[in-house]
Write a new protein. Structure first.
Length: 219
């Protein structure tokens, strides 16, 4: 009976919302679709969520599977291509984002899943050197679910992760007037358990152009 009810919900969802990736579990359907140029995630029949994930980046659809929907594409001055797409998690339920990184020769060099909403993306020589990096901040529905990841886009060896912290990239600074280049991060202090640890702190991670790494504060 549950399977039959779920199937009916799925048919109703398709009729109501149109085509897109979709699946049903526990008598509840979730789907990802494009309506009026916007990528949306919703559930049915409860309709407790009908969220706008971003604008449909149609020109980048060929870089992702048909069941995913691109919301952002960017190319660096050095020729790296980054595509961010939305997808449904058929195993656990819900919607997340996936980042794909393509080298200047067109080969796929990296892929990473991030949170469900794209907060910010910076790509290129953001530290003022010849090295190109990709910095992405993603969030979820809850205020304390946020993360920033920074990759070094290496010419050999593929992308290398420089940073993965629960926080927001405020800005990537280039060296000037004697100040070092680096990343200013607004990092969460919440330990996930104790309410008294909730808060934010600003940290500057300096860029080391020799070691090609970000140096944490106080080091």
């Amino acid at each position: 009976m549950r399977l039959r009810v779920s199937a009916l919900h799925l048919l109703a969802a398709v009729a109501l919302w149109g085509q897109g990736d979709k699946f049903c579990f526990r008598d509840q359907c979730q789907f990802l679709t494009v309506r009026q140029g916007l990528v949306r995630f919703a559930d049915f029949p409860a309709l407790s969520r009908d969220l706008v994930i971003g604008r449909y980046a149609q020109g980048y659809q060929r870089f992702v599977p048909a069941v995913e929907v691109p919301i952002r594409g960017a190319r660096s001055p050095g020729g790296w291509l980054v595509v961010v797409s939305a997808f449904l998690d058929h195993a656990e339920g819900g919607q997340e984002l996936r980042v794909r990184m393509y080298a200047p020769d067109g080969s796929k060099q990296g892929q990473s899943d991030i949170m469900s909403a794209l907060e910010g993306l910076e790509l290129g020589d953001v530290f003022g050197t010849a090295d190109e990096v990709l910095a992405i901040t993603s969030t979820e529905e809850h205020a304390y679910n946020v993360n920033t990841t920074i990759w070094l886009l290496q010419k050999a060896g593929g992308p290398r992760k420089l940073m993965d912290v629960p926080g927001v990239l405020i800005k990537a600074a280039k060296a000037r007037d004697g100040a070092r280049s680096g990343a200013l991060i607004r990092r969460q202090t919440y330990d996930g358990e104790h309410a008294e640890t909730k808060g934010w702190v600003e940290e500057f991670w300096a860029w080391d152009p020799i070691q090609k790494s970000l140096i944490p504060p106080n080091e």
